[in-house]
Structures are given as structure tokens and as C-alpha cells.
Design a protein around this ligand. Structure first.
Ligand SMILES: Cc1ncc(COP(=O)(O)O)c(C=O)c1O
Length: 429
């Protein structure tokens, strides 16, 4: 079906678009997508991490087919269903003791974070929320309200205070970044933000949409100690980098902290819409009929999520993310040594970022990579960080293939071989 992209523009609204190049796909398998022009595209984005097992994974197909062949309703609002109960039991086994209470299910990272933001205030009676500058916790009114990403066009909540996320590269050293962010927080606590009024601190263990920023050693433990001292709940937004992507099942586990509440989404459904909030019973059972949408907890998406978690375990995909991520990282480090456009390479496992020295060149690089057969998007508060969130099933050969394409794209951009006019219709973010 060629010409799909142009047809789309005549029928589909642009309001959800976040486009970097004219990509139109008609299918996909594993780490590859099939373009409407028949091209095979290596997918290093995996639909922003949602296609956690790649495309058309047989385990998800079978689970969805089974759930639909004898369908236990379409919702968990007014009836229990087995896939949801099994999924809740499984998720409870995957979080630290302090979060092991109850599970709420939603459709997306956005509705999950919005629910948490309302729930922690209602359950604790404390009015304030803390989060980080550059944080992306979602695109609904309530999740945008507790986010700090500059691309967003929604209002922040009046009860939100944003803290700088420690950026080791920008600050010149991890210690400088850590000390500045902690000093900022301690000063706020001593002045305009009384800590006893704070219900929760939303963190991203690695700040992905803000630029794939990895926190300096010791930062989160110090933050955790402050939160414990003041009875502030820690909410770990694992939506993009959790579920094995970083080479540990939970991303927060890299940094030696244990959140009270963990939020999962994106890759949980392997491409189907489902999110989950896991946390203490006293918070998660605070009220009934508090946050609900009709097909929340539907057995089809829950079955897909169970298949995702089962496959991650069965196929050792956490270890694969660690191992293949190391191969990818080393190849990117070698590229950095050859390309002056690259300022920094960072991340963990298969959640990697490459900061370029210039936003325009970043947009040109992803465009050129697409022309050459690689799907890669960019993130960052300055729109200059290439983001790598490929399927957890990525092989070392695929990692090398992608980096070779990226190397060519960078060389073409540096040599001025990519026409800037191509970007006219692709604002990105
Ligand atoms: C860390 C994080 N949290 C929440 C969200 C929102 O998830 P969704 O867009 O699936 O609602 C995102 C999306 O980019 C994210 O990266």
C-alpha cells in the first residue's frame, strides 16, 4: 500500500503526531518493520519501547488469540478475570517488599501516573508533589500536570514543584550534578516546600524523554534517605526503562533504592495498551471507584502482558538487554571516537542515548538513518539526544547493523550530504 503516508495526512489528525521522517509501515517481524514501499527497516525505537518483544512475537499472538477465543468479558471494573489476577500476582512478585500490596491496571503510562498523582494526595492528605525538570510522565491533563518536559502544552499542577535532574554531562562531572540537585532540594525543604506537605516524589530512574540521563552514583540513595526522613512516598516511573530494558528487571535496582510505588506501561503489553501501578495496600485500596475507565483490566491486554513477562523470563531477555546493550554501547563509543558530532554516550542495557552537539544535526541524522534503513528517534530537553530503545530480543548482529547505518548517517550529515529542506514537515519535539 504505497502512498500511505500521504493518504494518512488527508484523514488522520496530527494532534498525536510526533514525526521525524515520513515513515509508513505495513507490517513487521522481530526487530524489523516493513515499510509501505517494501523496505525492511531495523527498528531501534520499538514504538518508543512499547514493542518490547519486537513485532509479531508468537507468544503475544498466542496469548491474545487464546484470550479472545473464550473472552472473559472486557473489563475488570465490575468483575474479576483470571488474566488480571494472574498478572497482578506476577507483578507483586517482581517489586520490593515495601511496594508489595495491590495492583491497579490502566491503559497507558499516562493514565497510570495520573492515577498515582491523585491517589497519593488523597491517601496521605498531603497536598504537594515533587518531580524533575525534563520529566515526561504522560500526555493526559493529570499526568502532564506532574511532568516537567518542555515539549508539553499542558499546565503544571499548582501543587507541583520541579527539581533539576542531575545531568553529569552538562554539569561537567557526576559529583557536581549530584551536589547541585541535592542542595536545591534541601534548600526547598528548608524554605518554600515544607517536606511534611509532600505526598510523593515522582522519579524516572533514567530520565528518558528528558535526554536518557543516568543519575550520578549516590544521588538516588541520598534522595531516598531524605524522602524516608520526611515520610515522602517514592514513585518510580518504570514506564519506558523498566521491565528488563536496562539489564535489570526494575530500572531503580541499578541505583540501590526501593520505591514505594512502581508504575509500568509501554512494553508491559508488548504493543497492546496496558499499564499497572504497584504499591502498598493502604494507598492502592484508599478508595473504590476512584480511577476507572471501562476497558481497564480487560483480559486480552492482561493476557498479552502475562505473555510478555513470561517471555522475558523464559528467554532471559533481561540478560540479553544487558549483553546486547553492552555490544551496542561499545559500538556507539567507537562511533563517538570517530564523529565530532557526538558529545556523549550514556544509558544502561538497551536504554541508551547519544547526545549530539546540535539539535538540527540530530534531526538530520535520524532522517538520514531512516533513508538508510534504521528507525531511531530523538529525545532531550534540547532535542539533541538519539534514543535507543530497541526490542529486548535484539541480537548482537542487529545491534552492529544498526550502528553501521548510524555511522553512515552521521558521516552524511557531517559532510552536508543531507538536504535540510527535508525537515520542513518534521518538527519532532
Ligand atoms: C517515563 C514515561 N512515563 C510515562 C509515559 C507516558 O506513557 P504513555 O505515552 O504510554 O501514556 C512515558 C511516555 O513516553 C514515559 O516515557
Amino acid at each position: 500500500m504505497s502512498g500511505l503516508y500521504a493518504r494518512e495526512s488527508r484523514s488522520v489528525s496530527t494532534m498525536a503526531h510526533l514525526r521525524f521522517f515520513p515513515q509508513a509501515v505495513v507490517g513487521g517481524n522481530g526487530a524489523y518493520l516493513t515499510g509501505d514501499d517494501g523496505r525492511k527497516l531495523l527498528d531501534f525505537a520499538a514504538s518508543w519501547g512499547a514493542a518490547s518483544l519486537g513485532h509479531a512475537h508468537p507468544a503475544i499472538r498466542e496469548a491474545v488469540n487464546r484470550a479472545l477465543s473464550d473472552q472473559a468479558g472486557a473489563s475488570y471494573l465490575s468483575t474479576a478475570n483470571e488474566p488480571c489476577v494472574l498478572l497482578a500476582e506476577k507483578l507483586l512478585s517482581l517489586v520490593p517488599e515495601r511496594a508489595r500490596g495491590r495492583v491497579w491496571f490502566g491503559h497507558s503510562g499516562s493514565d497510570a501516573n495520573e492515577t498515582v498523582a491523585r491517589m497519593v494526595v488523597a491517601a496521605t492528605g498531603r497536598p504537594r508533589i515533587l518531580a524533575f525538570d525534563g520529566a515526561y510522565h504522560g500526555g493526559t491533563v493529570g499526568s502532564m500536570a506532574v511532568s516537567g518536559h518542555p515539549s508539553q502544552q499542558g499546565a503544571r499542577a499548582k501543587n507541583l514543584t520541579l527539581i533539576p535532574y542531575p545531568n553529569s554531562y552538562a554539569a561537567g562531572s557526576p559529583d557536581a550534578a549530584k551536589d547541585a540537585a541535592l542542595a536545591h532540594l534541601e534548600k526547598l525543604f528548608a524554605t518554600e516546600v515544607p517536606p511534611q506537605e509532600v505526598a510523593a516524589f515522582f522519579i524516572e530512574p533514567i530520565q528518558s524523554d528528558g535526554g536518557m540521563l543516568v543519575p550520578p552514583d549516590g544521588f538516588f540513595p541520598a534522595l531516598e534517605a531524605l524522602c524516608r526522613q520526611h515520610g515522602i512516598l517514592i514513585v518510580s516511573d518504570e514506564v519506558k526503562v523498566g521491565l528488563g530494558r536496562t539489564g535489570r528487571f526494575n530500572a531503580f535496582a541499578h541505583f540501590g533504592i526501593e520505591p514505594d510505588i512502581a508504575v509500568f506501561g509501554k512494553g508491559l503489553g508488548g504493543g497492546l495498551p496496558i499499564s499497572a501501578v504497584v504499591g502498598p495496600e493502604a494507598i492502592l485500596n484508599h478508595a473504590v471507584a476512584f480511577s476507572l475507565q471501562t476497558v481497564h483490566g480487560n483480559p486480552v491486554c492482561a493476557a498479552a502482558a502475562l505473555a510478555v513477562l513470561h517471555t522475558i523470563e523464559r528467554d532471559n531477555l533481561v540478560a540479553n538487554a544487558e549483553r546486547t546493550g553492552r555490544v551496542l554501547r561499545e559500538a556507539l563509543d567507537r562511533l563517538a571516537a570517530r564523529h565530532a558530532l557526538i558529545g556523549d554516550v550514556r544509558g544502561r542495557g538497551l536504554a541508551l542515548g547519544v547526545e549530539l552537539t546540535d539539535a538540527r544535526q540530530t534531526a538530520l541524522t535520524v532522517y538520514r538513518a531512516f533513508q538508510l534503513g534504521l528507525v531511531l528517534y530523538y529525545v532531550g530537553v534540547n532535542s539533541n539526544v538519539l534514543e535507543f530503545t530497541p526490542p529486548l530480543t535484539l541480537t548482537e548482529a542487529e545491534a552492529q547493523e544498526g550502528v553501521a547505518i548510524l555511522g553512515q548517517a552521521l558521516a552524511d550529515v557531517a559532510a552536508g550530504r543531507v538536504d535540510e529542506a527535508l525537515l520542513a514537515d518534521f518538527a519532532g519535539w
